[in-house]
Design a binder for this molecule. Sequence first.
Ligand code: C5P
Length: 228
Amino acid sequence: MAELILALDLPDKDKALRLLDELDGALVWCKVGMEMFTHYGPPLLAELASRKLKIFLDLKFYDIPHTVAQAVLQASLLGVDLLTVHCQGGQRMLEDCVAAREKAPKKIMLFGVTVLTSFASGEMPGISIQPKDFATSLAALANDCGLDGVVCSPQEVAQIKHEHPHLACLCPGVRPTWAGLGDQRRVATPGQAVSWGADYLVVGRPILQAKDHRDAFLRICEEMSRPL
Ligand code: C5P
């Protein structure tokens, strides 16, 4: 059964905590990305952990292998459950991250970002192949390097799952028919994403910008429970 992750992409911690109160009892996973982590740092993660939430820290690390591996080790000490690095960091960077993760006292899942779901065809600087082909080749690299999963568009999940059945797929770019696209491009509905094989859906604005947050969250859960 696929799991829904709420992206806490908000400028204000009090607002985020009020939202968590609204979703109390329904929410299992939340994502802290660069906006909130830059402002509030590790104490925010501790606060989320004290609420017994599972934490996806989405900082999409991308640097030389040593630097990223050390950052993975530090992140693994913060009590997070899932962490992202960019697959485009390449084989040595990914392998060093996996090795760093093995040293951590708490097991965290390491996922590789393939191609951002905001990229449409022809928009990736200097890359002429289609986003889907690039994403699937990066997923193969992630699999070979021993990562637990990849972040990809729902539109790429079926092929990635076909080629690497044990690689978990976490999908942004999820848009119910009743929500706006925003900056996302390679999108699908929650039902489509689950039907095509996604293990985790990460959703922000369709919930954050809804009038009734709990209703929007539960509607997405309901759409996920009856795939196409
Ligand atoms: O608001 P929205 O539902 O578009 O939020 C999607 C979330 O997924 C954002 O927090 C964004 O940072 C994240 N994400 C993404 N594309 C990726 C990886 C992560 O949109 N490839």
